[in-house]
Design a binder for this molecule. Structure first.
Ligand code: NAG
Ligand code: NAG
Ligand code: NAG
Ligand code: NAG
Ligand code: NAG
Ligand code: NAG
Ligand code: NAG
Length: 824
């Protein structure tokens, strides 16, 4: 019974945190962020890196990649029902270095978006090199959804009967149930939440997922006329009301128990206050009705609502469920949630855009006109205060990644100027230059209040000198003074957070996380992508301790990074000073925007996908801190004040020290994203070191700065350029093992499908190598993955939405990689 599955998954209420659950012994003061993440599995989803595509000769190397993708998807989707159509999303783009076009396609059914019907097609030189596909191919839904039209008595009672049946399966006390049945009735207009409070009984019966029964029988279904979308668009009034489903979601989502009880006790009072404003948009010829709902309890901005379909398992098949798709921004969460439109107590899927977590040589400064920043900071490459001292560093911005440096942005993209309706400088200047930690890529500041305001929060001002030179000499104090002591150094820690975050922006940019692929910038320099989405970076965020997190909404909305103090030592340790934690968090923004396209933030929500979202951050943080002399590294060891850090094992090539393999995911305790991520990061660490053995190590991961004309010199960083017969330069290939793996990992993110499995992400990295080097490292990569069980015949049976299943390791490599070995 699929509904029970959904409900019971919800009831797990998977709490997640950057820190491993065993990570802190100081748990009294630690507030755990509540977060929900679950959704249906898609057993039919595929990712193919060897697609056979007969183009009927129309495509060649010069063909428009969008047209190639269009034809390919037409062919791929030709067995879908006639009601199915698709739209090529406008966040599709072509990678400047590799020349691969990443085309994202969304499915529609009867003109209504299928929120998890995704195809991503990767096209190079007119050829489809790989694609992922989770389109719905089951039977066509009725033009009238399940006949559940408001006012149809049959549907009404059917639903209420279902509801009762569901309860019966779970409830223990038959007598109470009978009372509840009576209270619910099959014509339940007058259900009240009286003394025999059926809601409480039902809540108990359902586990943790609270329900509001009053609505569920009373408001059965949304009348949804779908046969003709024009008619549909005109009938928004008849669409039914999403606020009930929304309130139900808020009851499940709010961490405030008092509020949840209040909402359940008197839903009507809260419903009355909510106001919906409807709009109709036309996307690729489809009319989409959406609404903004204001006054939603416990949210910090109006909730965006759309009607959509979502795919749910129905026996062996999949079927489509009509849902309200909400974007709910809360204090500690930013949810994309799908709640059944016809059965508003069923939360079908939910992704939290917030993710928790915890010496190379600096690049050369380019020439600049304005006075540039100088910072007293732990230098890039020093992971944390235990491995280095602060020193004076310059605003080493990368001229390609940050053409105007870190402290300038146009007035028209400047949130403070926008608020004051200022469009230019005193003499009509376009650019605002700041002397604070406020710029085009990052806004860094304290957030002691732990709330959502940020624009006018305190940030250090270096004045005309632009020297961010602040003392950092924390002292041991009495326990109750430890917080005040930590706050004394806010100038230094905000400056550090600003410095680290800008370098991460510039580094990721040079490996291809640019404007079109959805990076975080207020102004995009006319280079495409959505603007006004710099990272909001909160230092010493008062909403928690011993953690950190990052919220990634789709391209064009600001990412939000919250760094916390760690009360694991006296004086307190400040997460802002541990580069590994900052890099881990910013990597959530990277992987979320690159996987499934910039406009889809719902691809790394749970299970293996969500786990890899954590793993990439650990891997990149560890790679950035490593040097030519190999060493094992723990994660978050300084902040957590634990030698082995906050994961189960340090990252190590030695299987005694880190025994993780693919099959480790079966173990108890490996259903949370952080544990899954640790296995993925370990796999990448092993693969990475194979490439380092083969190609050596480069001390700085920063590619050389561009020439005046914007071309990139090879330096000692890239292999000598090669040219095609037409004279075009082939993609630049990093020469060394550590820089090459970073490039392959980022390129792989762009190639992989939405909701990737470990297999998909592995195949995408191998495919990225095929594109970049012609497959030179095919066997090295397979050997690396196979060393930890992720060989070609690795398997998972009985996968569950939260990462469960039974896995089989494969330590073997493809036959092709064995051929060269001498036969004994
Ligand atoms: C929880 O909700 C109640 C009722 O709305 C409210 O009075 C209280 O301030 C909330 N608590 C927090 C911590 O927000
Ligand atoms: C900001 O600095 C640039 C030089 O980098 C200068 O051209 C511009 O006029 C400055 N803006 C203002 C408002 O002073
Ligand atoms: C930092 O500087 C102090 C004093 O010069 C020195 O004793 C210490 O070893 C240095 N720490 C590191 C990690 O280099
Ligand atoms: C930074 O401050 C220290 C201590 O006050 C001082 O010695 C140093 O000269 C300052 N550096 C700059 C660039 O102002
Ligand atoms: C931070 O720096 C400012 C100067 O920019 C200074 O006035 C202030 O006292 C400093 N704050 C702390 C807590 O040291
Ligand atoms: C690596 O180790 C060698 C030998 O101990 C040492 O000379 C070198 O400085 C080390 N390199 C780095 C980057 O730590
Ligand atoms: C792996 O680690 C174990 C435990 O620390 C150690 O005994 C063993 O020698 C290591 N193996 C290698 C190959 O370094």
């Amino acid at each position: 019974m699929r509904r029970l599955l959904v409900a019971s998954v919800a009831a797990l209420g998977l709490a997640s945190a950057f820190a491993h659950p065993g990570g802190s012994s100081n748990s009294q003061q630690v507030r755990r962020r509540k977060t929900l993440s679950f959704g249906p599995v898609h057993p039919h989803a595929v990712y193919r890196t060897d697609p056979v595509y007969t183009s009927n000769g129309f495509a060649d190397a010069t063909s428009d990649p969008v047209e190639v993708a269009q034809r390919f998807v037409e062919e791929l989707a030709r067995e879908s029902s006639p009601a199915s159509s698709f739209v090529i999303r406008k966040d599709s783009y072509t990678d400047k270095n590799t020349g691969v076009s990443h085309i994202y396609v969304r499915q529609y059914m009867h003109g209504i978006e299928v929120a998890d019907g995704d195809i991503n097609v990767n096209v190079k030189d007119g050829v489809v090199i790989s694609y992922g596909d989770s389109f719905y191919r089951g039977s066509e839904p009725d033009p009238f959804v399940s006949g559940l039209v408001r006012g149809l008595p049959d549907a009404h009672s059917e639903y209420c009967a279902d509801l009762f049946e569901e309860l019966e399966e779970r409830a223990e006390n038959l007598e109470q149930l009978l009372e509840a049945q009576e209270a619910l009735g099959l014509d339940s207009e007058q259900i009240t939440l009286g003394s025999n409070n059926p809601a409480a009984l039902i809540e108990q019966a359902m586990g943790d997922l609270p329900l509001i029964y009053e609505w569920n029988c009373e408001h059965v279904g949304a009348p949804f006329f779908m046969a003709n979308h024009d008619a549909f668009a005109k009938q928004q009034d008849a669409l039914g009301d999403p606020t009930r489903a929304l309130l139900q979601f808020m009851i499940a989502a709010t961490p405030n128990k008092t509020l949840a009880e209040e909402l359940m006790a008197d839903p009507a009072a809260h419903l009355e206050k909510m106001e919906s404003t409807w709009e109709t948009h036309f996307v690729g010829g489809h009319a989409t009705v959406s609404a903004l709902v204001t006054n939603v309890p416990d949210t910090v901005s109006p909730v965006k609502v759309k009607a959509a379909f979502i795919q749910v398992p129905n026996g062996e098949e999949m079927s489509l469920e009509l849902v309200w798709r909400f974007e709910v921004e809360m204090q500690d969460n930013w949810y994309e949630a799908a709640v059944s439109a016809s059965q508003p107590h069923r939360i079908i899927s939910v992704v939290d855009w917030a993710s928790d977590s915890p010496m190379p040589v600096a690049p050369v400064p380019p020439k600049v006109e304005r006075k540039t920043g100088v910072y007293q900071v732990f230098n890039w490459g020093a992971n944390d205060p235990s491995v280095g001292n602060r020193s004076e560093q310059k605003e080493y911005f990368d001229a390609l990644a940050s053409p105007v440096g870190w402290h300038s942005l146009p007035y028209v993209n400047d949130p403070q100027s926008i608020r004051m309706k200022v469009k230019s400088g005193p003499k009509g200047e376009k650019w605002r230059n700041t002397t604070t930690t406020w710029g085009n890529n990052v806004f860094a500041h304290e957030n002691w209040e732990g709330r959502n305001e940020w624009e006018y929060n305190y940030r250090p001002d270096a004045g005309e000198s632009m020297v961010f030179n602040f003392t950092y000499t924390p002292k041991k104090t009495d326990r109750e003074d430890a917080l005040d002591e930590a706050k004394k150094y806010i100038n230094a820690t905000v400056a550090q957070l600003f410095y680290t975050s800008n370098l991460v922006h510039d580094l990721f940019y040079r490996y291809g996380f640019d404007e079109v692929s959805g990076n975080f910038q207020q102004h995009n320099f006319g280079r495409g992508g959505e603007e006004n989405d710099a990272v909001i970076a909160n230092a010493q965020d008062g909403s928690g301790y011993n953690n950190a997190n990052f919220m990634t909404p789709p391209d064009g909305q600001n990412g939000r990074c919250r760094m916390y103090l760690w009360n694991t030592a006296n004086p307190y340790r400040d997460g802002d000073l541990e580069a590994g934690i900052v890099i881990h968090e910013l990597s959530h923004g990277l992987s979320t925007r690159l996987t499934g396209g910039p406009a889809n933030s719902a691809c790394l929500g749970w299970g293996e996908s969500g786990g890899m979202g954590e793993g990439w951050g650990d891997f990149l943080a560890t790679t950035i801190r490593s040097n030519a002399n190999y060493s094992d590294y723990p994660m978050g060891a300084w902040a957590a004040n634990r030698e082995n850090g906050i994961r189960n094992y340090p990252y190590s090539l030695n299987e005694t020290i880190n025994p993780s393999t693919y099959k480790t995911l079966d173990k108890p305790g490996y259903w949370g994203v952080h544990a899954i991520g640790e296995v993925w990061a370990e796999l990448l660490w092993v693969v990475s070191n194979r490439l380092i053995t083969k190609y050596g190590f480069v001390d700085t991961l920063f590619p050389p700065l561009p020439n005046e004309d914007g071309t990139v010199p090879e330096g000692d960083f890239y292999r000598p350029a090669e040219y095609t017969s037409e004279g075009a330069r082939k993609p630049l290939i990093p020469k060394h093992g550590n820089s090459l793996i970073v490039q392959l990992v980022l390129n792989g993110m762009k190639l992989q499908p939405c909701r990737p499995s470990f297999f998909d992400a592995r195949d995408a990295i191998i495919s990225a190598d095929q594109v970049l080097t012609g497959g030179e490292n095919y066997c090295d990569l397979w050997e690396g993955f196979a060393e930890r069980g992720l060989g070609p015949d690795a398997r998972v049976d009985g996968r569950t939405p939260w990462g469960g299943g039974v896995r089989t390791n494969d330590y073997d490599v493809p036959t092709k990689c064995k051929a060269a070995e001498p036969k004994l």
